[in-house]
Design a binder for this molecule. Structure first.
Ligand code: GDP
Ligand code: GDP
Length: 455
């Protein structure tokens, strides 16, 4: 137990430092099947040890902590794309761009046997605009005979490609040596969510819920400051808006204002925009239109938001259109379909008239405060001690897993790690999560509870 406590303390010390200074980020991008995951595993040299229990999480990007020559960095794996034949081109470019924005350096993987495709060329154009170090990897060069294939990738314009076999480890050491030279000591990109500056808000919701109306109402006509950032040359992406005496950064507003692709694949593009906005935001306002029944798309977008780990405010829009029948129905929807987000603050608004728009800031503040909240280790363990004493884990097959120690591993959102002697039932972990909320609040933020099993 002392051992577990020491390890937890060490983890915590490391994580405290990470609060302001995060290790540099290396993104691995490329088309499906070029070998990105294989390369990530090769870089890590191991499988992830942490047992995560985050229900419903399917992430497009996974980040891992890696080390090379004694230096720590974060690898963002952009694998796990859907092999959707129709949209794959756009999706690869979009995902690659998100990862590139969040990274300090980029490894761009191409399958040397296939050569450069049109999708690869689209990614190249995007990467040029980013002005970040790019390492072109010609993967699947399993032996010297295949190096000729790699040489043809010169044409992509990133110089001599690195001939690599992710599968066998060939060439990866040379690649990593050069990567480390270009990575800064701490991340300048700040990981996926930049810290500092005005708080970053995303307006999220399916087409026609009223995002652009709300944006216009909040911005007013003259107060809008258009801001160019993150190497985007064509579109003003963010808008700085003053609310409640402070400046807020509304991210990805170009996508809201443009109202693109409305006719075809609206659903698909809406979810792309949602993901990209969530990546840049600290807090999401998910809009739901009360004059219409909660749709499958609403539910999906809400789930994406929860999974993103951002703070969350629910805005029930078009309140001016609500009649008595619909109101009763809405109450049922909230109780049934939205029960899993009962922790999110709710505001009833009309983006059209501006009614209640001043309720938004207090809700954003509450959600962000929870998102940033850290429970001191002593307090957390006092809570766990009492909880476990009153409600011990049920005995399973003659064994009773014990919680040795707990620590809050991170904020934004709060993540808790429990050091245990065995696997905790999902039901028991949900119970702990519920009690954490009851005891410490956390209004407006998802929280995660994971385990590390110490034999
Ligand atoms: P991802 O979709 O880009 O993450 O690609 P994966 O890492 O899943 O790899 C796709 C396929 O290529 C798998 O069957 C791998 O085993 C294979 N692969 C990956 N790297 C290499 C390599 O260096 N050489 C060979 N011959 N196959 C590889
Ligand atoms: P977006 O696609 O989410 O950006 O939605 P818009 O802001 O373009 O709004 C879609 C439609 O709903 C437009 O016709 C708006 O005028 C209307 N709308 C938006 N908010 C409200 C509201 O609060 N009340 C009413 N009655 N209509 C609204």
């Amino acid at each position: 137990e002392d051992d577990a406590r020491l390890l937890a303390q060490r983890d915590e010390d490391e994580l405290e430092e990470e609060d302001d200074r995060v290790p540099p980020v290396l993104a691995i991008i490329g088309r499906p099947n070029v070998g990105k995951s294989t390369l990530v595993n090769r870089i890590l040299g191991r499988r992830e040890a942490v047992v995560e229990d985050v229900p419903g999480v399917t992430r497009d990007r996974v980040s891992y902590s890696a080390e090379w020559m004694g230096r720590e960095f974060t690898v963002v794996d952009t694998g796990g794309w859907e092999h959707d034949a129709k949209g794959i081109h756009a999706r690869v470019a979009e995902q690659a761009e998100i990862a590139a924005d969040a990274a300090d350096a980029i490894v761009f993987v191409v399958d040397s046997a296939v050569g450069a495709t049109a999708t690869d060329e689209a990614v190249v154009r995007m990467l040029r605009r980013k002005k970040k170090p790019v390492f072109l990897v010609a993967n699947k060069v399993d032996d010297i005979a295949q190096e000729a294939d790699a040489a043809s990738l010169w044409s992509l314009g990133f110089g001599q490609p690195y001939p690599v076999s992710a599968l066998h480890g060939r060439g990866t050491a040379d690649l990593l040596d050069d990567v480390m030279e270009k990575l800064p000591e701490f991340s300048a990109a700040g990981g996926l969510v930049p810290r500092g500056g005005p708080r970053r808000v995303a307006l999220i919701g399916r087409p026609n819920v009223g995002k652009s109306s709300l944006l216009n109402k909040l911005a007013g006509s003259e107060r809008v400051v258009v801001d160019n950032f993150a190497g985007t040359t064509r579109d003003p992406v963010d808008e700085l808006i003053e609310l409640g005496g402070r400046t807020w950064r509304f991210v990805d507003t170009a996508g809201i204002r443009r109202r693109q692709h409305m006719a075809q694949g609206a659903d698909y593009y809406a979810s792309l925009r949602t993901q990209s906005a969530l990546d840049k935001a600290e807090v999401a306002v998910v809009l739901l239109a009360v004059d219409e029944v909660l749709s499958e798309q609403d539910v999906r977008i809400l789930q994406m938001t929860i999974d993103s780990g951002r703070a969350l405010v629910l805005a029930f829009n078009k309140w001016d259109l609500l009649d008595e029948d619909r109101r009763r129905y809405l109450e049922r929807e909230i109780e049934q379909d939205l029960a899993h987000v009962e922790w999110a603050p709710r505001v009833n608004i009309s983006a059209k008239t501006g009614w209640h728009k001043d309720k938004l800031v207090p809700a954003l503040d509450r959600a962000l405060e929870s998102w940033d909240k850290r429970i001191p280790t002593g307090k957390l363990n006092a809570f766990l001690g009492e909880l476990v004493a009153a409600h011990p884990h049920p005995v399973r097959g003659g064994k009773q897993p014990r919680i040795l120690f707990g620590t809050q591993a991170s904020t934004r959102p709060p993540r808790f790690v429990l050091f245990t002697t065995g696997f905790l039932d999902p039901g028991y972990r949900r119970f702990i999560t519920r009690r954490l909320r009851e005891t410490f609040g956390f209004e407006g933020t998802p929280i995660e509870v994971s385990m590390r099993i110490r034999e």
